[in-house]
Design a protein. Sequence first.
Lengths: 115, 111
Amino acid sequence: DTGVSQDPRHKITKRGQNVTFRCDPISEHNRLYWYRQTLGQGPEFLTYFQNEAQLEKSRLLSDRFSAERPKGSFSTLEIQRTEQGDSAMYLCASSLYTGGIRELFFGEGSRLTVL
Amino acid sequence: SQQGEEDPQALSIQEGENATMNCSYKTSINNLQWYRQNSGRGLVHLILIRSNEREKHSGRLRVTLDTSKKSSSLLITASRAADTASYFCATDTGGGNKLTFGTGTQLKVEL
């Protein structure tokens, strides 16, 4: 399978714990995006990378959130000191950027439940 | 923040009927895309229309774009039960850096 993969698919944690999500993009894609989606809403942009450089972060991404993409391959999204409001689906997407955004290829998402 | 607003929020039709969803957005765009999401799954790209295009077809899908009204519509013809999903429009609002998604239309196609 050469699609975007995310791990874990589901995570239940207690408030105050740290969680980390991993995303493996399509190998030839240079851009990687993180979105957050709550029930009944559309995905909201969090951050994106071009290769290993994090080029933009949303104001939604508080200091408790950090994302990395070492070596421009897989990416991790860490949430520290989780709060109940962090409960959401975290979606990763990748694309091949050659000037002008084209279609994004999404993974199946990582669903976070904070108790 | 959500750039687009889809209308209606929910739509229920019978198999074989056509389904039309509308999207309105706020700022000028380079392109507009439509995605589908089955419950609890990731999004799947359906179609992209550029700002200088007015209409585009792909199989049973027809997308129109009216930049003067800042709106787009997605028509699914001869709908099937398998078309049951949420549909989102997404805009590239400049810079070509990210897509901003709308709030979505939940489509239910009944047998």
